[in-house]
Each structure stands twice: as structure tokens, then as C-alpha cells.
Design a protein around this ligand. Structure first.
Ligand SMILES: [Zn+2]
Length: 221
């Protein structure tokens, strides 16, 4: 399978953390009008890059979670187990939404933010799966955490994403978590710049678009 052709294999990796790059597997996040009342952070994906299990593999290869050989082996496995592959994609999309909403709550509510219980519960469920898969292996000097289980386990990438989210949410400075204000963007990133002034997901895309827009507004006024 040629993964390189898929949009998921060409995503701009600007989140600063694996779990945020996973959240950013969309063209952008738009407010979900159907959920506006019940859930202030309800969003719908615009131009979703995860449309089948193989997109998930393409992204995992792109982010170097898997080698080419591992991704190809999982693609063959998924071909034999269509239903399991589809179920894994559904879990991936649900996990992505939960991480997005937890982060959105933290960004907007700041310290003491209370993410929705259902989102935390979903992340905790995926963490349970992931933590059931870790073991200690032999490293150079220290022992190291490794992912156990057969290589053909279709949901391996979700363990790593859930683990990355837990790691970020418990150890990073979350006042540096940001959502890109670019039109139709909403990508998330962790601002690790020295002066903590990063505004855009990417200066080359959203940053430039905003510049062009300001220029046009000046021209027309
Ligand atoms: Zn952006």
C-alpha cells in the first residue's frame, strides 16, 4: 500500500506533542451548531484526514510511530479484519474529539478547568487499554518502558496517543496550550517558544493568511 499519497501522511506536524498532532488530523475544527447549548466545546471536523483505518496507518507512519514494514503488516492485517479496523477508526475519532474538548476546556477556562466527565472517561478507557500493554524492557543503562503485545494489534497507535495525552495533561505547562485563531483552523499546539508568543499553528499558513487578510482590509478601507 502506498501511504504517502494520503493527506494524513502529509500533515503539518506543529502541535509540539504527539496527541496534539493527532487532534490536528483535520483541515480545521468548526463549532458544532447542534451542540452549542449542551457543550460549549462541541466541534465538527472540517476536511477530516482520518477517513479509514489506512489513513490512521498513514498518519502513524508519518509521525514515526511505526516503520514502513510495521505499517504494511498492519495494513494486511486490517485487510483481513475489516470490522476490527473500522472499529479502531471509530475509537480513534472518538479519542481525538475527547482530547480536543479536554484541551479546549483548559484553554478557555484556564486553571481549575473542568473538562466534561464523558471526555475524561473516554480518555481513561483508552489509557486503561494502553497501560495494560506496557512492560519493562532492557535499555542501555536503565530499563525502559516498551509496548508489549503482538505486532499485529490494530489499535497500537491509540495506546501511544492516549499515553501522550496523559503525559502532556499531567506534566506540561498547560497555560501554554493554544488553539490557532486562523479562520476555519482551530488546530491545537503547545507553545514552547521562549517568549511564549506563538500565535499561529504555522506562520506559513494561518499566519500568512491573516497577514494577507489584514492587507486586503487596509486596501479596501
Ligand atoms: Zn492555524
Amino acid at each position: 500500500m502506498n501511504f504517502g499519497e494520503r493527506p494524513a501522511a502529509r500533515m503539518n506536524l506543529v502541535g509540539g506533542r504527539l496527541c496534539l498532532d493527532f487532534v490536528n488530523t483535520v483541515g480545521g475544527w468548526n463549532p458544532d451548531p447542534a451542540r452549542a447549548k449542551s457543550d460549549p466545546y462541541g466541534v465538527v471536523a472540517r476536511a477530516d484526514k482520518l477517513n479509514d483505518y489506512f489513513d490512521l496507518l498513514a498518519w502513524s507512519l508519518h509521525t514515526k510511530l511505526f516503520s514502513e514494514n510495521e505499517a504494511q503488516a498492519l495494513a494486511r492485517e486490517a485487510g483481513r479484519r475489516n470490522k476490527d479496523a473500522a472499529a479502531t477508526l471509530m475509537r480513534a475519532v472518538a479519542l481525538r474529539g475527547a482530547i480536543y474538548r479536554i484541551c479546549a476546556a483548559i484553554i478557555h477556562e484556564g486553571r481549575g478547568a473542568r473538562p466534561r466527565g464523558a471526555d475524561l472517561e473516554l480518555l481513561n478507557q483508552e489509557l486503561n487499554v494502553a497501560h495494560g500493554r506496557v512492560r519493562l524492557g532492557v535499555g542501555e543503562g536503565n530499563l525502559v518502558w516498551e509496548w508489549a503485545g503482538p505486532r499485529n494489534t490494530l489499535d497500537r497507535m491509540l495506546w501511544m496517543v492516549a499515553d501522550s495525552a496523559a503525559e502532556m495533561l499531567t506534566t506540561d505547562d498547560l497555560t501554554r496550550l493554544r488553539g490557532c485563531p486562523g479562520e476555519d483552523c482551530g488546530w491545537l499546539f503547545l507553545d514552547v517558544s521562549k517568549n511564549s508568543q506563538r500565535q499561529w499553528c504555522d506562520m506559513q499558513t494561518c499566519g500568512n493568511l491573516a497577514k494577507v487578510r489584514r492587507f486586503r482590509q487596509r486596501q479596501s478601507s
